[in-house]
Each structure stands twice: as C-alpha cells, then as structure tokens.
Design a protein around this ligand. Structure first.
Ligand code: GLC
Length: 835
C-alpha cells in the first residue's frame, strides 16, 4: 500500500482546505462545527461531489475562514467551536481532539493509503472506547474482533457471515470516562460516503480500517458529547424516518406459501376469533401471476379489490404485497414491454438490456437511478395502492442477479445511469435498493398524498430510513439466530435505522442445498417460537414470517401454551402502543432509535457497553428476553437507580446484576424509576379499535420529580407535517407528604380516546386529600377540595373523577390514586395530593 505521505502544499480556499500530499491529495471541508468531511484521492483532482444520500442542508460546506487555522512548517490545524483538527505535515497524519484535549480519532500512520483502485484509512483504537454500527451485522454488538464486508448480498440463511443484505458504512464510537468529572468521555461517528464495496476491519488489536475497493476516501467525521448526540447528527446528515402509520407498528403475520385469498381470509378470521391482535398480513410471491410483478394470479388471488376491501373493512387487516425488482422477460407482458420501449432497464456496456434470473426466470432490472424509471415504477406502485394494498415489501433488491449457481455481483456487465452519467454496477450496487425504495415511496405518495405509506426492504444503504423499514432477511429458526436478533437490531438502530425487525420464529434453517428436505426437523420448536415472540414483541418491526413448505407458523400453531404466551405478548405490545409510538416520534424527530443498547441510555456506565442480550425501548423500559434453550432463569444487568418489575411492581436497586425467574411465559421487563408510561386498555384487536379505548397513564412516583412528553397525532395522515399533532407534558414533584402534578397539552390535535386514566403508583404516604388548585377550563376557574376514600368515586363538576384503587405495589402504599380526566379537558390540569 502507498500512503499519502508528506504534505507538500497547503491551499486554504473559501470552503475547503486542499492539501497536496507526496502521493495524492487531501481535502477537508467543514460541514458544521461538529461535522467535518475528509476526502482523499490518489489522483490529482477530486471527482464531482458525491452526495447520493446527503440531506440538502449539508451539501454545502461552511466557509473555512471562520475556523481558526494555523499553518506552520510542521503542521496545520483547524479549530472549530467543538473540535481541533491537527494534521502533521510530515506524514499527513490527522488527529482530531475535543476541547478537553482528548484525542477522539487519530490516523495510524497517514491520512490514507492506496493500491491500485483500493483506497483506505486506518485509525488507532482509543483507550476505553467502544465501536458499533455498520448497519446490519451478524455478531456481537461491539465491533472489535469482527470484519464486515459492505457490499449488498443475498445471503439466504446466513450463518456467521460478514456480508449481508444491507450495508451502512457508519461507525459510532463511545468512550467511557475513567475520571470522576467525566471530561474525558466523548463520542464520535464516521460515515464513509463511498458506495463501492468496502471492508470495515476491526480484527487488529491496535487499529481499525475502512478499505474501499475503488473511488475516493470520503468520510464525514461527526463529533458528539454522547452517542445519542452523534446519532442525531448522523441522521440529520442522512435523513430520518417519517412518522409510520400506526397500523404498521402493530403485529404483522406472513408466510411464503399462503396459497390463496381464502387462506388469507381464514388467517385473518382466526386472529379475530382468538382475539389475538393483528394489523397486517403480507402476501409473498405467490399472489402474482407467474411472479410477474404488479400482476395477480387470477386463479388463487382473484378480484383483489373486493378481497382487500373485505379484509380491511371486516377484519381490519392491512395487506402488504411483496415486490421484487426483476421484471420477467416476456413478450406478452405489458410491463416488460413498456420498460424496454421506454428504455427504463439497466444496460450492458454495448447498450443491450442486462438480464438476470430470479423467481420468474429471466428478468430485466429497472434502472432506479434514472428519474423516469422511478416515475414509471411509482405509477406501477400506485396501481397496487389503488387495488387496496396498504404497503409494499421490497425483496431480492440487493439485487439478486442469479438465483442458482455462482453469480457475478462483483463486477457484472451492468450499468446505471444517474443524472445522465453512466456508472458501473459495482459503484452503485449498494444504492440500488435505496433508489428502489425512493421510487416506491413516490408511488405511495402519488396515489395517496395524505396517507402514510409503509415500505419494508431487505437491502439498503445509509439513509434508507428516510423511505423504508428494514427486516433482517432470511434468518434461521435456531437459538443462535434468536440471540443474534438483539445485537443486529441494535446496530441497525445505532446506524440510523430505527424501524427494523427480524422474522419471528426464524425464516428457515438447514443446509442451503437441501432446504426443502431438511425443513421439517428444523422448524422452530414451540419453546423457540414462544421465546421469539417474547423477544420481538417490543422490537420496532414485529412480524412472523417463514419459508415455503415449512410447518405453520402462526401464533396458534404451537399448541395452547404457546398460543396463550403469544397472545399475552402481542397484547402487551398493543397495550404499550402509545409509549411505542412516542418512541417512534423520537426516532422521527431526533434519530435516536426506538430500540436501544443499554450504553446509549447510560453512556457513563462502563458495564453497559458490551451487553447485547438486553435492550431498552425508548428511555424507560428495559427488556431482558430469554435467548437460551431451556433457561428457567436469567441474569439481568440493571443500571443505576431503582427498577420496577413491570408485572408485579417489585422494586430492585440497580448498578448490579440480578437473577430473575423466567418460566416459558415470562419476558422480564423493568420500568425505570420515576417513569410515566402511557398505555391503552387491553382489548385492542387492531389499531383501528383505538377510538373505543381509553388512555392509561401510569406514574411511578419513586423519584422526587420527573416529566414525560407524549406526542400524539392521527396515526395515518400526513397532517402532522402541517402541525396537526399535540404534545402533552406530564410533570410531578414529590415533596414530603405531597405530590404536585401538572398536565399541559399543546397543539391542535385532539386524540380520539374519551378519557385519560392517570394512576399514581408508589405513593409513599397514605393520601388524604387532593387539591385541584388550577384546573383551568376556559373561563371557568375554581378551587375544589376532595376527600378521597377507598373505592368511592368522587366526581367534580369539571368531570374529573378521583378514586383509590388497590395498589399493585403495596410496598409503598396500599392504594394507587386514580384520576379520570375527560380527554377534552387535558389542556391544563394541576393538582396536589396530600398525605
Ligand atoms: C426471499 C425473502 C423471503 C421471501 C422469499 C420468497 O427469500 O427474503 O422473505 O419469503 O424470498 O419471496
């Protein structure tokens, strides 16, 4: 490898610093005081800007003259408001440090090195620093010791593979303080903005590297005080998810092999009969006519409009259809003919259409990099939506070029055209699914501009979160894959993809060549399915899916015990939808993921950094699923503070490990002390039932004060983008034998539940009276004192109703104080509870 070497010339331009190295050039741009872009090339000039996934507001660098620059014979340094960048001129070695002089990132020897087309950077590992991210990754949570090849691959039934369906060249690092004042803790991210095949290598003891098979070294360094800070900035750079439709965060049922519409209807009805909540069923490839995309098999899936309408109206089921990019080569197939006629497919060098083989046989690939192809695809997607389809599932979109035998994905004779420039497939392969998702989204919004769409994708690149949810492809029905689900989803979340999930129960297992023969004995056992439902019931995307010809894999397919367990946990998810939806709002507005590794919420606690068999949902719920066969108890690490058992209110002190009993029906969940948790009542069968429900707000008062903000909107339209939403702030202050409580709602949206039932739990004194001192309802203001007696409802003239309920946490007080507040009056509520 040739390294960039000594810096021979420095050129301070208006918005970049251009350094001529002994070998190649180095360019530095300040995007924001916290985001710096470093580019390196072995050539004598830089290619045009490469901004496929970068959000508009970050496309132009700031003026570099605003940052303090000092240029001496030995080094050149740039100081922004938050970091200092120093480049040692003798080796072009970059060192980035924070304002406390902590070295954040340091080149191992020089800024970059290259050989042939390959270009790479090598960075020293820092002490007490942990590394994560890289999107979809099969392995432990932290990256050290692992290698990841970032080049999208169909890797059915992957096993310990380092190359998967979806590639995100983003590393996030967090250091944990060794000093008490914590001035030496920091976090940073590196987003490598190169779309060629890239190898991220963490196997050395001293350094890590990212090596791109071609193109320029081009990375954004992102500084943050905490890892959450870094994710916020990374997702502002590459985009954030839109608010998902509420139904899409309910439970989804799928299998490859539902043979016809009557089977789908029967599945939908079984959910309703058994009262197991469900919001969506997926149609896999069989609904199509000979796997021709955007067609329907008339024999088995006739009259889709009528069927889908019936499923939606009678069973409250949304239908999601699979779509593969490959368009069957068939001279009787209009979509193929149109694609050829309008010149919308990917080409060979000689201008002929490029063909591959997927489910339908020979297929052509839409060139999603062309705007007119995306518009055409969008029209086709719109036609699906017109039939009543609610969401689209993009599969085989790495893309798969050949189903059987060896496929050349490294450098096929395939070309893409982006903004009139021709690119070889190997340069844009990683972005194919991203642009397919962009086209799909266009189709969803074209047809129903004010309805939120849902897209699920298998493949993708950095920024895919803007368009689509992600599932982790064809996993296996094994305990190992169950275990790996947690770190995989956590790393996706840390890489900007909040809306992600894995096939519940596992998709398949067994030897790749014998799949259909060995399938039977490798279906998930009842125990594995039950544990998988438990693990997944609070993951952002929640869907059971399984391979063709496997045994049934519905929540009721494993006997009564597992059916009851499945029902219990699917119901639990539905009950927690308000909390979960709020977490999605956080992901939408700040990028901080719904499902979080422990260190993300507790970056100061070193013990959290390697834990990858527990996760947080948002800020307040800690979930510790059982991931081992036969385990009847498990060890759970609880961070500092007090933790409340979700089911029985038992309280544990944190900063230590505890052992919890985990019979098959037990998913350990702990609530952080002081939390305020919004929930629905139990009976929701699908999100369309919410109109009938009431909102429960559980307040755990074992802290002196806390607050929580609940975001709400209609859950299906895009009116929230025009401000039709509301935020309700709950706040309490415990002082001796009194609790002061305020609720304030701002925003124009009025949620549809009729009442809010606020339950104050863990009241540490015996409550005797409540003073409503400022219950402001328009012009009417008054003061009311209510004597609370057990089980006696006390209704005030405002419609607020108070009573005591037997406490689920008698350790503190035998009673919970319950307040029922009419939804319409929640704008401002203020009361004090006295002992
Ligand atoms: C791929 C998908 C899988 C789907 C199958 C058939 O293997 O990953 O989810 O069921 O194709 O369409």
């Amino acid at each position: 490898m040739i390294s960039s070497g000594e810096i021979k010339r420095t050129e301070i331009n208006h918005n970049n610093l251009m350094l001529t190295c002994y070998n190649g050039m180095l360019k530095i741009e300040i995007i924001t005081p916290d985001i710096i872009r470093f580019k390196g090339t072995s050539g004598e000039r830089f290619e045009d800007n490469y901004l496929f996934v970068i959000e508009d507001e970050f496309k132009n660098p700031l003026s570099i003259e605003d940052s303090l620059i000092s240029d001496t014979d030995d080094s050149i340094s740039i100081n922004t408001e938050s970091i200092n960048i120093n480049i040692d001129k003798s080796f072009s070695k970059i060192t980035i440090s924070d304002k406390h002089n902590n070295i954040l990132l340091e080149d191992f020897d020089s800024a970059f090195s290259f050989e042939g087309e390959e270009i790479k950077f090598i960075k020293k590992f820092s002490e007490n620093t942990y590394y994560y991210g890289l999107g979809e990754r099969f392995g432990k949570l932290e990256a050290r010791g692992q290698k990841r090849i970032l080049y999208n691959l169909d890797c059915m039934m992957y096993d310990k593979t380092d190359q998967l369906y979806l590639s995100i060249p983003f590393i996030i690092a967090s250091s944990v303080s060794s000093k008490e004042e914590a001035t030496d803790s920091f976090s940073f991210g590196i987003y490598s903005n190169n779309t060629f095949k890239t190898i991220a290598d963490f196997t050395s003891d001293e350094f890590f590297s990212m090596s791109c098979s071609s193109g320029e070294m081009d990375y954004y360094f992102i500084y943050g005080k905490t890892p959450k800070d870094v994710i916020k900035k990374y997702t502002s750079l590459t985009g954030r998810m839109k608010m998902p439709p509420l139904w899409s965060i309910g439970y989804h049922q799928s299998r490859w092999g539902y043979k016809d519409f009557s089977k789908i209807k029967q599945i939908a009805q079984t959910f309703r009969e058994k009262e197991i909540p469900c919001d969506a069923i997926h149609l896999d490839i069989q609904y199509m006519d000979g796997y021709r995309v955007f067609t329907w098999d008339e024999k088995h899936y006739p009259s889709p409009i009528a069927y889908l309408k019936n499923l939606k109206n009678e069973d409250k089921i949304n239908i999601i259809t699979i779509i593969d990019p490959g368009v069957k080569k068939d001279s009787d197939y209009d979509i193929f003919k149109e694609g050829v006629k309008k010149d919308l497919f990917c080409k060979r060098k000689n201008g002929d259409t490029f063909y591959g083989t997927v489910w339908p046989g020979t297929v052509a690939y839409p060139d999603f990099f062309k705007e007119n192809t995306r518009d055409w695809w969008a029209t086709l997607v719109s036609s699906l939506i017109r039939k009543g389809v609610s969401g689209v599932w993009n599969d085989m979109n790495e893309p798969v070029l050949k189903m059987k035998g060896k496929s050349n994905i490294d450098d096929p004779d395939m070309y893409h055209s982006y903004k009139d420039k021709l690119y070889k497939h190997k340069e844009l392969r990683n972005l194919y699914a991203y642009f397919m998702a962009k086209a799909t989204e266009l189709g969803l919004t074209k047809e129903r501009p004010n309805t939120r769409g849902f897209i699920l994708t298998r493949s993708g690149f950095a920024g895919i979160q803007k368009y689509s949810a992600v599932w982790t492809g064809d996993n296996n029905s094994t305990w190992e894959h169950l275990r790996m689900t947690i770190p995989m989803l956590l790393n996706l979340g840390l890489s900007g993809v909040s809306f992600c999930g894995a096939d519940v129960g596992g998709f398949a297992s067994g030897s790749k060549c014998l799949i259909f023969k060995v399938m039977k004995k490798l279906d998930p056992s009842p125990e594995l399915y039950a544990r998988w439902i438990e693990l997944a019931c609070l993951t952002p995307f929640f869907r059971t899916h399984t391979i063709f010809k496997s045994k049934d894999q519905e929540p009721w397919s494993f006997g009564e015990e597992v059916e009851n367990i499945s029902k219990k946990y699917i119901k639990l998810r539905y009950q927690l939808l308000p909390y979960l939806y709020n977490c999605f709002y956080e992901a939408h507005s700040s990028g901080v993921p719904v499902m979080r590794p422990l260190f993300l919420n507790y970056p100061g606690d070193k013990k959290t950094y390697l834990i990858d068999d527990e996760y947080f949902v948002g800020e307040d719920l800690l979930v510790a699923p059982v991931v081992n066969k036969g385990a009847v108890d498990r060890c759970v690490y609880l961070p500092d503070g007090e933790w409340i058992n979700y089911y029985n209110g038992d309280i544990y002190s944190g900063n230590k490990e505890i052992i919890v009993n985990t019979p098959l029906e037990m998913l350990p969940i702990f609530i952080k002390d002081g939390s305020i948790i919004p929930k629905y009542e139990n009976f929701i069968q699908s999100t369309s039932d919410i109109k009938e429900s009431i909102l429960l707000v559980d307040v755990y008062l074992n802290k002196s004060s806390n607050s929580y903000e609940l975001y709400e909107d209609d859950g299906f339209s895009n009116d929230y983008q025009n401000g039709l939403s509301s935020k309700t702030e709950f706040k309490y202050l415990v002082k001796g034998e009194s609790v002061e409580f305020t609720i304030k709602r701002i925003g124009d949206f009025l949620p549809s539940y009729k009442v809010m039932k606020l339950t104050l739990k863990n009241v540490s004194f015996s409550p005797k009276k409540i003073v409503t001192n400022t219950f402001d309802m328009g012009s009417e203001k008054y003061k009311d004192i209510v004597k609370v007696s057990k089980n006696i409802n006390y209704k005030t003239s405002t419609g607020m109703c108070w009573f005591l309920e037997e406490s689920s946490m008698p350790k503190y007080s035998p009673n919970d104080v319950v307040v029922i507040i009419p939804n319409k009056k929640i704008d401002k509520v203020h009361f004090t509870l006295f002992g």
